[in-house]
Write a protein that binds this ligand. Sequence first.
Ligand SMILES: Cc1cc2nc3c(=O)[nH]c(=O)nc-3n(C[C@H](O)[C@H](O)[C@H](O)COP(=O)(O)OP(=O)(O)OC[C@H]3O[C@@H](n4cnc5c(N)ncnc54)[C@H](O)[C@@H]3O)c2cc1C
Length: 388
Amino acid sequence: MKHYDVIINGGGMVGATLGCLLAKQGKKVAVIEAFAAKPFSADDAYDLRVSAISRASQNALMDAGAWDAIKAMRTCPYEAMQVWDAAGDGHVRFEAAELGEPDLGHIIENRIIQLGVADAFTSLETARLYQPNKLKDLSVETDKVIVTLDNEEQISAKLLVGADGANSQVRTLAGIDIQRDDYGQSGLVTVVKTEKPHEYTAWQRFQSTGPVAFLPLADGSSSIVWTLPSDLADYYCAIKKNDFKKALAEALDHKLGKVTKVGDRGAFPLRGSQAKPYVMERIALVGDAAHTIHPLAGQGVNLGLKDAVELATQLAQHGRDPGSLKTLRRYERARRGDNVLTMRTMEAFRLLFGHTAAPVKTARNLGMNLFNRIPVVKNEVIRKAMGL
Ligand SMILES: Cc1cc2nc3c(=O)[nH]c(=O)nc-3n(C[C@H](O)[C@H](O)[C@H](O)COP(=O)(O)OP(=O)(O)OC[C@H]3O[C@@H](n4cnc5c(N)ncnc54)[C@H](O)[C@@H]3O)c2cc1C
């Protein structure tokens, strides 16, 4: 049986990044990933799933040794973000130039991040990628975890990390509980061309049914995340393309003019969740396996990458036995507060903008405009979101 310091189940954006950070410390690391991402070609149409990657996440991907390869494939910096209320004149605009920064972050397809980190991982001497493989079973012993793969091969490690997404198998098999809040909403995603240029700006308009975001892509098109009640999202996925184009342009109040072209559409159910706990002896959860949040501020993977950095830091400092509960609890203590606070903040925004009562709408719009006029506070908020 092959033995590792750490086995990571899930070689997505978070799991593979953690794998790189740990293997760079000289630890023997195995990553198990169920699917091989399709190799990149510059002619590929844009994927439906993209992420707004913060500066802190960019730094994590640099430390993982993946950023240059990701940049060389396809990324789009965004220089401004404009958020406004459909039910009034309230708006907030964030500008990178006001912060003395070149950009506020990058819009990147999830597959490209995953390809970049997987390449960086496999180039490291102490790293081994089991792909395409699935974890079938696990057994926690006093000094190790034994993992059985779907091909019946068994491998063991001092620590098993679940980085296997919102339906984490590690979490289930380890018997870790999860608190879930189903928002009854879905995120409709697609890629569109618009009449007017996106100006390297992330545009987001809040309607009472949920926000619609147009995120800039390098070829001038925009990636859409449109939050809607789930039945409405299914309806908009099914209607004719021309009807959808009109509805989407209307949802953004024609800020970018007409929607001239639309790609495939997909809808993802949205849930807030927190695993309780994130760790137990010899097991740790990171990324969506540990927590999910509403995507309205595009923070999900950014929080997951912060988990990866924190766990790697704790294991570098205190990780003689990487599976010891004492060390793993340090990681949980450092991360749970930030993850819960961000989730609750997103929920508060969702509820605030869902209100249709006139006094709430008036106060909300006044509040947004006031916030927009106080650069010290506004810039502090965006700096925090960027992880600066
Ligand atoms: C509509 C929408 C828009 C979003 N936009 C943003 C955004 O702009 N910015 C942002 O930061 N976040 C965003 N998010 C959230 C973000 O997508 C997630 O937080 C992120 O994908 C989590 O990454 P992860 O690596 O933890 O999990 P995942 O991306 O789910 O990766 C898990 C990996 O584990 C593998 N796996 C699963 N089970 C097994 C198994 N049994 N054995 C082996 N491998 C397995 C999977 O194949 C996958 O590769 C958005 C989410 C939604 C729904």
